[in-house]
Structure formats: C-alpha cells, structure tokens
Design a protein around this ligand. Sequence first.
Ligand code: ZN
Length: 412
Amino acid sequence: MLLPLLLKSVPESADDISDTSFRVDEVVLTEILVRQTSWTPAVPGKPARVDFFIGTPLRDYHTYIAGAGLQVQHGLEAGVALALLPAMRTGMDLRVDGYLSDTFLHGVKKYIDVFTQALPEFKTIDVKPLGTYLAKKVSGSSRCASFFSGGVDSFYTLLKGAEEITDIIYIHGFDVRLDDLARRRAVDEMGHAVSTELGVTYLAIESNLGKVLQDFGKWAEHAHGLAMLAVSRVLAGYVSEVRIPGTFSVAEQKPWGSWLQTDPLFSDERLHIVHDACDARRMDKVRRLASEPLALQYMRVCWGSVEGMNNCCRCEKCLRTMTSLHILGVLEGSSAFTLPLDTALVAQVCLPVKGLRIFPRENLALLRESKRDMPELERALTRQLNRPIWLARLRLKWRKRFLRWQRKLQLP
Ligand SMILES: [Zn+2]
C-alpha cells in the first residue's frame, strides 16, 4: 500500500525516531515512499529537470535534479539513492512507486547489507518497487563522466583517466549553496576552463538533494556518495560509465559516505559506476598534481574561499595541501593558492578527530623524505599532532563562537 501524502505532525529530527511506525491523522505509516513527480525536458536556455517526492516520518521532501546530460529513465533508480537513508535510518521499508532494473535492485539489496553491517545505527530494510525490468546497455554510448569539484581527488581521477573521460560533473548545492551565486559562477568558470583545456564537456548539475540526505545521516560519513549516485543514475544513457573520485586508498578503506565496497553496487547494464583511484594515497595524488600546471592553476580544495580566490589559504584543507606543495617546491608557482604559507597557522591547525592526523603525518613523512631543511614547518606539523583531541575540539568550539560573535557585532 502506498503512503497517503498528508501533512504531518512529526518528530523534530531523525534522532527522535525510536519506533518503526508513526501516526498521521490516525493513519499509521509504516513505509518510506519515493516517486517521481515530474520530468521536464530541456529547452533552449533551460536544462532538463526531474522531480521526486520522498515521504518520511520527519517530513515530506520535494527534491529535484536539473542540468546538462539528464535523460529520461525507465526506472526510479535515482529516487532510490535519495530515499535509502531515510528508510535505513528509520528501519522502514522503502516503497518505490516505479520500476527498478533487476541488476540495480540486486546491488541495492547488497548495499543495504554491507552498509547496515558496517554502521549499526542504520537498519536493514526491504526495497519494494512496482516491478523490475532488464536494463540494457545503450548502444553507441561510450561516454565516461567523472565527478569533478577541483579538489585533489577529482583532479587526480580526471588527469589519470584523461584518455577515457569525456565529461566532468559538478553538482551545485553540494559544496556550494544554491543561493551563493558568486561562488557558483566561480565554480562554473573553473569547470569550463578545465574542460576546455582537456577537451571534455562540463556538466553543471543543480539539486536540493542535500536536505533529505542530511536529515537522516551525516554528509561525509553516510550521505555524499548517495548524492553522487543519484545524479549518476539520471545521467545513465547519456554516459555509460561514471567515475567517483575516491578519498582513501585500498589500505585506508573504511565505511564512509562514498566507499569502494558500496558505490559500484548502484551499477547495472545501463550504467557502470566506478569508485576510482584507490590505488593511490593522498600523497601520491598530490605528487602527481605537483607536476600538472592545470591543477596548480585551478585546484580548489576549500569551500570557505573568499571573493576572488579559489582557496582561502587559511583553513585546515588549504594549509594541508599548501604544506605538501611547499615541500614539493611548487606552491610559489601555483596560482590556485594566492597567499604564502604561514607556518604559525600550520601550527594552530586543530584536528578534532583521530582520522585527520593522517595528513600531518603524511606531510612530515614527505618532508623527511625530501631531505629539505624546514625546521619551522616540521615543528608546526609536530604541534598539530601533539595537541590532544579534547583540546583541539575545545579550541575549534571557541573559534566558532568567536566568529559568530564577530559576525553579530560586525567586527572587522
Ligand atoms: Zn581554505
């Protein structure tokens, strides 16, 4: 039975959901629902758009994906990628008001097993489509797209696969807010410049999919892979392969929003999904990019960037990348980072989780291996590592508070 689409009086957040059923005006809802509500083909000056409805105990979501390359799909595979977290978080089965390809459904069931075993805060659920179909490879489609944000992982995957990659995809509303028009423009300029240089097509996509994913999971730990997988599935038919740049090498793999073990499970005969570049560690990637003028010009690792600059040169991500490039002797020639590396700021970097300590460790190893004499930088990296996690968290908390007060009081 499909869920009635009614306005609900519901829990405040996913954490409040302790029961697997919830009540709407005397109707007990027991399933999450996903359906496609509209498809708008592209017209000159306006890209195609697909709209989904996702009914959950928390609220109803009206989620859309619009942009270049979108195709009419026989099945509701993209909608499933968007609705899985609400289902697994609440433990409610996912009712799909549409069809799914056999291979995709088989893969998603495996995904649910792997994901819920690795992350026990999510529960095993069933996915119930109206029916299934046999997906077919689209004849003549040999395009291969790669997600591209301008960061280290994206650039590495793109340059490594330059022979096969025909398109790069950027999702507005993912790292940059949809209403942040200035930054959207800057990202599009970067995407167009890189694609022109490499002779590939830039696919600018926009979506409000972040809301439904983040209400039921954490963006990095659980959700960002599903966002890319949903977008991949609406491009099926235009492309036959999508590459998702991996963050961690094979040896470093762990349950994560985008993960070697789970991303490929959203493939079928129509679309092959690859979690890419796990043969390399981050430092291997940085080394490769250090010899690529295109990356040194357009690399974008930072989403706190300021007007007119690709990277703020002050946050942890910027400082970690700048440190590597500085040791490799190419930072000064990189127009992507317009401010010099300040070792005092490197020393002040606070790492609030253990996993982030890999970055100063890797930079220290690179420094020692390079045999360059940079005692001040070595001390700064060691200070990051020696700072207890509790102190790093406390400092970050106070920094955030200070910034809030500064904004409120409009201090310089
Ligand atoms: Zn930054």
